[in-house]
Ligand binder design. Sequence first.
Ligand code: GDP
Ligand code: MG
Length: 440
Amino acid sequence: MSSASAMGSAGRGVQVVTLGSGSERYQVDVEALRDILLRDDVRDRSVVVVSVAGAYRGGKSFILDFFLRYLNAPRSSQLAGDWLGKEDQPLEGFHWRGGCERDTTGIHLWSEPILATLERTGEKVAVLLMDTQGTFDTETTIAENSTIFALSTLISSVQIYNLSGNIKEDDLQHLQLFTEYGRLACDGDGKAFQTLMFLVRDWMSDYEHAHGFAGGKELLDRRLESRSNQKPQLREVREHIRSCFDEVKCFLMPHPGLDVGRKTFNGCVRDVTEKFRLALLELVPSLFDPSKLSPKLINGGRVRAKDLLDYFQRYVDIFNSDGMPEAVTIFKATADACLNAAVREARELYESRMEERCVRADVSVTRRALHDCHQQARAAALDLYSGKKKLGAPEDIDEHLNKLIKELEACLPLYTWTNDAKVRDTLANAKKAYEDTIGG
Ligand code: GDP
Ligand code: MG
């Protein structure tokens, strides 16, 4: 019996999130999502969402079409490893050559969810494939794409970060920017996201690290290693990525061969290299074999297809809201501004509490009462700071917290002085009244 069944062999990539203009910058196509997620045999099922994200023309749609081929193959073929099918069968599914979808920044879903059976429990889940794309060539596009990528990371159970040639430093920095962004939009403790897989295309140095997961792990360990002599910023990026995801993996993909550059190339398996085919046979089942499928969790709970519709909408609303800081090219700048604003707001709360109690009131208070008031206002300010959503590395967040504490402590002598001045005035007034009485 087949454990994975196509719900109709026809299908297409449907754009479900678009980058617009004006106040509603990111738009969800609710109707399109409903058509995919609210079908009778899909809506109540847990979902497995596999997303492929990265720059244009990186071979994302091409690889997604091999995912489709596996998912739509009978279980017997999946088990026998002959799901790649006929040698001369053109590769179909998401458009991977030309086509108008190609240059649209946004998120696309495959129109047909595929039902698969979890090996552990026998439960049927709906597998959704997501294609996310954008560019990283100007400040504006980086800001926009951070949101699109953040959104796809939030929605997916596996985020595949499609890279060309190697894992480069700016790839890691972009990843940090968009995962930081994503983290702001979600509540709850613990790791915000599930699995991240670096998929390095056209990996040439296989004498150094072999193709596949084994070489990928070596490369990843090397690239994500935190060394004490590293520049703090590089270390931050690495620690950040490790702290965001439950699992981080890497797969090194060989070049598919020179035929892919030919005009007539239509994705037939016979036209890609043996190495590429072997790599597909290792990669694709590792994602979709019924024993490997991981349903999407949010705050520890399973997400059903119909819930996913709400999540799309909710996350997009958050990214559209004024409460969300704007992404800028230099991530650090945003982080600093964001932390400074949180410090400022906390200090203002402290000041308003102290003013109310100690400055505006006509009468002075005892030193003891003043100190208690300071403690309460300080605690409220620190709570406010901690509760704010902040962009930034944990060390920076702590550094700003210490700065806030110092500022608040420095305020106390001022308030004490003001209060003492009132005591002096009161004493002087009392003395004068007494002298007047005596004198009079
Ligand atoms: P997307 O924009 O990321 O979705 O890229 P596409 O999947 O449309 O592929 C763009 C081009 O890259 C196509 O002409 C493919 O033939 C080619 N291509 C696909 N996979 C690979 C790969 O692994 N390496 C190289 N060099 N080219 C690829
Ligand atoms: Mg594409």
